[in-house]
Design a protein around this ligand. Structure first.
Ligand SMILES: Cc1ncc(COP(=O)(O)O)c(C=O)c1O
Length: 400
């Protein structure tokens, strides 16, 4: 791999000072939570301070909130290529998934196709719907997500299939799903596409209009480096009639009548979010777009992840589960004779933070989230630590 150029090195050092947490350990866990960036932190503190000192409800505050929310929607629409009217502010990915899935008028026997690689945040709302409405959940085995997922999913579709519910980037293999093609195929069969987008924003390019999906639930706290308690639900304008709001708050109703939903995706919002967190989210997005540069970040994430994968691939007995030609920054793997949890704990004791994933029906696997803010040296160090652990383990096993 080409070495990072001088200008990149300077840029990276500057950006890393805005992510202080990445200098405390080798931080490879954006898939759980990314490091909070300083612009978000500063914006949160300033907003909280203002609430503390000038009061939360003084004349002009409500109007200020409304303007602020509009600004946030504009930045989101710009970064993710959507209309502002298609974006609802939520508190998490899980929140957005619940809103979208509960908004569908289900009939007993309706089918949902999902995959073996999903997170419980998607399985659990589906399980609730199965209990409540008698829908049928079909878990399609797509292996590690590296094959022809469109064909595999299409083969499982029946006339009862109402929804395809799956992730954009699989948390348990890192595979990026071809959403554009999946949506085109699903729509040919009159099925909606609802996406768990916890892992994608900030890790890979997200062009919402191009994906063609109906609903897309994102998180702020992972690869975007934003605050906890922030999320965004995109609902395509064409899907509004299919996805109804399933809760309503007085501020969200049209002023002409209680039961008329608010215009656009605001109809899906439960009410106010904690405004310092939202202001922090806006600061994060502007920082990513204007200072980091999303294209630069995605390319660097991918290059570093491939470098890491290549490094561990050469180690005896290490098995990579991720389809390397279809990933961004998530590399899932196992080392011989050690559980993913043991490996994760051992690495943590050595100053390296990764995580393990262990939820049926997915794989039990160690997962490194390699991100643009990591240095080449950090990635090399992680490979070295894993090599050392594998070697020591082998020696101990031979001595026993
Ligand atoms: C694929 C996936 N979906 C959903 C979630 C949950 O995200 P949130 O906490 O934003 O609801 C996670 C978190 O790890 C995830 O990896």
């Amino acid at each position: 791999m080409a070495q990072t150029g001088l200008r990149d090195t300077e840029k990276l050092s500057r950006l890393r000072t805005q992510l202080p947490a990445v200098s405390t350990t080798g931080y490879f866990n954006a898939g759980t939570n990314g490091p909070l960036c300083r612009p978000a932190h500063d914006a949160i503190v300033a907003a909280a301070e203002q609430e503390l000192t000038t009061g939360r409800i003084v004349p002009g505050v409500y109007q200020g909130h409304a303007e602020q929310i509009n600004c946030i929607r504009e930045v989101l629409a710009d970064v993710f290529n959507a209309d502002t009217s298609e974006l609802a502010l939520t508190r998490s990915t899980n929140d957005g998934l619940n809103i979208a899935l509960n908004g569908i008028a289900w009939n007993p026997g309706d089918e949902v196709l999902t995959t073996n690689l999903e997170h419980p945040s998607l399985f659990t709302p589906l399980a609730l719907l199965a209990h409540r409405y008698g829908i049928v959940i079909k878990v399609v085995d797509i292996g590690n997500g590296g094959g022809d997922v469109v064909a595999t999913l299409e083969a499982a579709i029946t006339p009862r299939t109402r929804v395809l519910a799956l992730s954009h980037v699989m948390w348990s293999s890192g595979a990026i799903m071809p959403l554009h093609d999946i949506s085109a195929m699903a729509h040919r069969h009159n099925a909606l596409v609802v996406v768990d987008a916890a892992q994608s924003p900030g890790q890979v390019k997200v062009d919402l209009h191009d994906t063609g999906v109906d609903a897309y639930a994102m998180a702020g706290q992972k690869w975007l480096c934003g605050p906890e308690g922030t999320g965004v639900l995109y609902v395509a304008t064409a899907a509004f009639p299919e996805i109804s709001p399933s809760h309503i708050r007085y501020g969200q109703a049209d002023p002409t009548g209680y039961l008329i939903p608010a215009p656009g995706a605001r109809r899906y919002e439960m009410g106010e979010c904690y405004s310092p967190a939202m202001i922090g989210m806006e600061a994060t997005l502007k920082w990513l777009r204007d200072e980091v540069g999303t294209e630069w970040a995605f390319a660097r994430t991918k290059t570093l992840a491939q470098r890491f994968a290549k490094g561990i691939q050469e180690l005896d007995g290490v098995e990579i589960f991720s389809p390397l030609d279809k990933i961004g920054g998530l590399v899932c793997f196992n080392v011989p004779d050690m559980t993913p949890q043991e490996l994760t704990d051992t690495l943590y004791a050595r100053g390296q933070t990764i995580r393990y994933v262990a939820y049926a029906p997915g794989p039990t696997i160690a997962r490194a989230s390699i991100a643009w803010w990591n240095t080449e040296d950090e990635v090399e160090q992680l490979v070295k630590e894993i090599a050392d652990i594998v070697e020591n383990h082998e020696q101990r096993a031979a001595a026993d």
